[in-house]
Design a protein around this ligand. Structure first.
Ligand code: NAP
Length: 244
C-alpha cells in the first residue's frame, strides 16, 4: 500500500489532500501542530474510507521533532512514497512593522520545515528507488503580496528549493514539484471580509475563490503516476488570478 506524509493535515488544504490520498488507497501520515481534535476526526474519516492513518504531532520547524515523526513513520509504514510539505502560517503586516521574530517564524515554518522534512524523506525514497515530493508555496511566492513580504519571500524560497532539489534528485527517480495556490477558502483566509472576497472574485477570471479540494487535486496529480514525466514545476490552482 503506498504511503504519504502530509504536514499540516489537520485543517484546510492538508486535510482535503489527506482525504483524497486516502480515497486513492494511500496510508496517510497526518501531521498537525496543536489541533489534535481535528487530526483525530480526520483519522476517523480516513478509517471510514478504509484508509490506514498515523497521527504525528510535531512542529515542522524543529529538527528533533521532524526526526521523531519520520522514525515513527518508517516504523509504521516501512517507507514513504509521497511527501507533501503543506504546513504553513500567514501574517498580514506592513513591511516596516515586521519584527525579527515574525521573519524568523515565517522562514522556520515554511523553509526550514520543508528542508527538514525533505532531508528525512529523501533517504527513505532513495532506498525504495523512487518517490515524489510536493511542496506547497503560494501565488504570493510567484508574484509577491503587499503586506506579506516575509510570507512571499518564504514561499518564493520554497519554489527555489523545489527547482534545485528536482535537479539533484532526478537520477534517483525522486520527483519534486510545487503547488502555488491562489485564494483558497480555509481558516488562513478567515480574516478576509465579504467585501474583500467579492473584490477577489471580481478580479479572478473564473469568478470564484478556490476550495481546499481544488488545491488537493493539484497536489495529488503532482504526487502520482499521471505526472511521472513532470519534475521541478510549479502548478498554480488560482482561478486565473495569476497567469504566466
Ligand atoms: P490552515 O487552514 O491555516 O491550516 C494550516 C495547517 O498547518 C494546520 O494543519 C496547522 O496545524 C498546520 N501547521 C501550522 N504551523 C505548523 C507547524 N509549525 N508544524 C506543523 N504543522 C503546522 O492553512 P491552509 O490554508 O490549508 O494552508 C495550507 C498551505 O497552503 C500553507 O502552506 C499555506 O501557506 C498555503 N497556501 C494557502 C492559501 C490559502 O488561500 N488558504 C493560498 C496559498 C498557499 P494545527 O491545525 O495543529 O494548527
Amino acid at each position: 500500500m503506498p504511503s504519504v506524509f502530509i504536514t499540516g493535515a489537520s485543517r484546510g488544504i492538508g486535510r482535503a489532500a489527506a482525504l483524497l490520498f486516502g480515497s486513492k488507497g494511500y496510508q496517510v501520515g497526518i501531521n498537525y501542530l496543536s489541533n489534535e481534535a481535528a487530526a483525530r476526526s480526520l483519522a476517523g474519516e480516513l478509517k471510514d474510507l478504509g484508509a490506514n492513518s498515523l497521527l504525528l504531532q510535531g512542529d515542522v520547524s524543529d529538527r528533533a521533532q521532524v526526526r521523531r515523526m519520520f522514525s515513527l513513520l518508517e516504523y509504521r509504514f516501512g517507507g514513504l512514497d509521497v511527501l507533501v510539505n503543506n504546513a504553513g502560517i500567514a501574517q498580514q503586516k506592513v513591511f516596516s512593522e515586521i519584527t525579527d521574530e515574525d521573519w524568523d517564524r515565517m522562514f522556520s515554518v515554511h523553509v526550514k520545515g520543508t528542508f527538514y522534512c525533505c532531508q528525512y524523506a529523501v533517504p527513505l525514497m532513495r532506498n525504495a528507488g523512487r518517490g515524489s515530493i510536493v511542496n506547497v508555496s503560494s501565488m504570493w511566492g510567484q508574484t509577491g503580496g503587499s503586506c506579506e513580504v516575509h510570507y512571499s519571500a518564504a514561499k518564493a524560497a520554497v519554489i527555489g528549493m523545489t527547482r534545485a532539489l528536482a535537479k539533484e534528485l532526478g537520477l534517483s527517480h525522486i520527483r519534486v514539484n510545487c503547488v502555488a495556490p491562489g485564494v483558497i477558502n480555509t481558516d488562513m483566509n478567515a480574516f478576509l471580509e465579504e467585501g474583500a472576497l467579492e473584490e477577489i472574485r471580481r478580479s479572478t477570471p473564473l469568478g470564484c475563490v478556490g476550495t481546499p479540494e481544488d488545491a488537493a487535486a493539484a497536489i495529488c496529480f503532482l504526487a502520482g503516476e499521471e505526472s511521472r514525466f513532470i519534475t521541478g514545476q510549479v502548478l498554480s490552482p488560482n482561478g486565473g488570478l495569476v497567469i504566466g
